[in-house]
Design a protein around this ligand. Structure first.
Ligand SMILES: [Zn+2]
Length: 371
């Protein structure tokens, strides 16, 4: 994967001669301006500095005044524009200020855009340990129940061990029950018309089982869930679309479960709630997020986040210390990494065995020749 080109955002001075614009730029960032009876008209930009000491006139104000205005502008950007700053990445900004003088708000703006922490815009919004102002956390996507394509109860045929299942929930229940050594119950769950019955019997049997000695471990369950959702992704455009739509937002599985869900039911979600503070691990939400990143070839970026998150979560006294949400994501990654390593070890062992076999055969052949 190559990262997005780091084209710099820059400011150019807007030049007007004979009531005509003589230079080009991508985004106008200054106040309203009119030339020759509105034949040339600049509408006030959303990026204009509301704290300019004198609207439209850099020369009229002192450098100190301009710099003060820039300071205020910086705060204004952080408070209200942070989530849209990425729109200016690599763009040429047009301002009437003379760039040779200090105190143009455009310089502040361009600097902030160029300092966005990650090469890719959407990622900025996703994880920035320690910086979680309300407007920075774009509204999360909450989902629950069979009507949401993101839900495991959503009707979507998936395959597991060369058998077809009506929903991911059916397949997951079947697999879990098989691993618990209950093939009949597994088959019963598979045959249910509704996903909820299949899910319910799986939950009941898991609760009855001694989890320490039977069934799949948590990491194995995560790997299994990822495998099923990968299959669903490949088959259902509607699932892809729902996941992509939520792409720069958190995806939160709003059910009471503190393992697969956020520990909060959809009916009780408080829209003002910081999604980072929800009590559950939301592992289903994170697996969906993980898959979205993989499909967009953002694996490298994702790994970068993982490193950052690991650091943040393990910083004592830091705002992310012990954060359930972040930990949930790391759990997903660890489970998948663990599974990948195991696979590789198995492959290596097989190779070793083959070599040993070859060696033995050669030896035997050698002995044969000698005799
Ligand atoms: Zn300016």
């Amino acid at each position: 994967m190559s990262s997005v080109s780091p084209k710099k955002c820059q400011v150019v001075q807007v030049c007007v001669q004979d009531n005509k614009l003589v230079n080009d730029f991508d985004v106008y960032i200054d106040h309203e301006a009119t030339f020759a009876g509105a034949q040339l008209f600049f509408q006030k930009s959303r990026w204009a500095n509301p704290y300019d000491p004198l609207v439209g006139g850099q020369e009229a104000a002192s450098v100190e005044e301009m710099e003060k205005a820039c300071e205020l502008y910086k705060t204004h950007l952080l408070e209200t524009k942070r989530h849209v700053l990425h729109e200016l990445r690599g763009r040429k900004l047009g301002c009437f200020c003379d760039p040779s003088r200090r105190g143009c708000h455009g310089q502040v703006l361009a600097k902030m855009v160029n300092e966005l922490p990650f090469q890719d815009l959407r990622a900025n919004v996703l994880f920035m340990p320690g910086q979680r102002q309300a407007d920075y956390c774009i509204q999360p996507t909450y989902f629950k129940g069979r009507r949401s394509p993101l839900s495991n109860f959503y009707p979507s045929t998936v395959e597991y061990q060369e058998e077809s299942f009506k929903t991911v929930a059916h397949a997951f229940a079947y697999a879990i029950l098989q691993h618990l050594g209950l093939p009949d119950t597994a088959q019963w769950a598979k045959d249910r018309l509704d996903a909820y019955s299949a899910h319910k019997v799986m939950v009941t049997m898991t609760e009855l089982a001694d989890n320490k000695t039977e069934g799949l471990s948590s990491p194995q369950q995560i790997v299994l869930m990822k495998q099923l959702l990968d299959d669903k992704w490949n088959r259902y455009a509607i699932f892809q679309e729902a996941a992509e739509l939520a792409d720069d937002q958190h995806v939160v599985h709003a059910i009471g479960s503190r393992y697969w869900g956020a520990g909060v039911d959809l009916a009780e979600v408080d829209p003002k709630q910081d999604p980072f503070e929800l009590p559950g691990r939301n592992l289903l939400g994170w697996i969906i997020k993980y898959i979205t990143f993989e499909r967009r070839h953002w694996k490298t970026l994702w790994n970068y986040h993982v490193t950052e998150l690991q650091k943040a979560v393990s910083t004592p006294g830091g705002p992310w210390e012990g954060n359930a949400y972040a930990q949930g994501m790391l759990i997903v990654d660890k489970a998948l990494q663990g599974a990948a390593e195991k696979k590789q070890k198995k492959k290596q062992n097989k190779k070793k065995k083959n070599k040993w076999q070859q060696h033995q055969e050669q030896q035997e052949a050698g002995w044969g020749e000698m005799i």
